[in-house]
Design a protein around this ligand. Sequence first.
Ligand SMILES: Cc1cc2nc3c(=O)[nH]c(=O)nc-3n(C[C@H](O)[C@H](O)[C@H](O)COP(=O)(O)OP(=O)(O)OC[C@H]3O[C@@H](n4cnc5c(N)ncnc54)[C@H](O)[C@@H]3O)c2cc1C
Length: 276
Amino acid sequence: MSAQERPQRPQRPQIVLEVIERIRLTPHLVRIVAGGPGIAGVEDNGFADAYTKMLFAPAEAGITPPYDMEQLRQQLPIDMLPTRRTYTIRRFDLEAGQVWIDFVTHGDEGVAGPWAANAEPGDPVVLGGIGGGYAPDAAADWHLLVGDESAIPAISSALEAMPSDATGFALLEVQNESEQLELTAPAGIEVRWLHRGERAAGTTDLLVDAVRGLEWSGGRVQVFAHGERGAMKRLRPHLTDDRGLDRTQLSLSAYWALGRREDAFQAEKREAIGQI
Ligand SMILES: Cc1cc2nc3c(=O)[nH]c(=O)nc-3n(C[C@H](O)[C@H](O)[C@H](O)COP(=O)(O)OP(=O)(O)OC[C@H]3O[C@@H](n4cnc5c(N)ncnc54)[C@H](O)[C@@H]3O)c2cc1C
């Protein structure tokens, strides 16, 4: 079935928040603290990889959220419509009336990255419902967390959610030391930062090679691996075929695709050719 023939999924109600604060965490990672009256509609679903489909409208469209997408599709040219992008909820601090979302700022290309780099207090933050699928399994013998900058928010939350006696590895690819964060992790989880230096994000085998080179301890491992599509595509057969992991041990997917906008690559993911 093609994407056009597929029936539209029912729209989840939008949660409209506003930017409270923008915090520059590293040269390429910016935190948006969002809150406001709409926070009453946010529920912490308990997943470490809790994520939301955000909507970003071009300022020139002059529209205010919540967006009636069906109506807007009939009224506006396609380039004026809100664009959907997926982001992890790094933290639910509902007592303080806030959620945190950490954005990779990857240059002038795209919608969400440039928006976050320039967001100002009061700007609308539109969330299209909250999903998720992974939480550290206390019954796992050890954990393997693998990701580039886009997965650092989810991996940070996962490390914080683990019992203090959890063991394993977190392998994180970033550009250089200035992109490393202070992570709160159990003492038994070894955090390894892998530097790609001048090479562009999404063009290296650092993560795959690091996993291949791991001394694989015994027992049942739980894996959380997310990042650029090519790296994840190369990693999956190693974990399933060489290491013999089954689906229940594995959370692995592409969070972004080199050279492709999210809407384009998410559409491909739904076709057989784009699946990894
Ligand atoms: C479940 C899930 C959770 C995610 N959580 C986060 C998160 O917490 N933080 C986060 O930053 N991202 C996260 N992502 C990834 C994010 O959705 C994509 O990076 C998205 O493409 C960014 O949108 P954009 O508008 O900035 O760029 P797009 O318009 O989608 O792409 C424009 C160009 O930028 C490139 N690009 C996109 N992302 C990156 C990147 N990270 N590094 C370098 N180049 C890039 C693309 O290849 C393309 O060439 C998540 C994705 C998923 C599926």
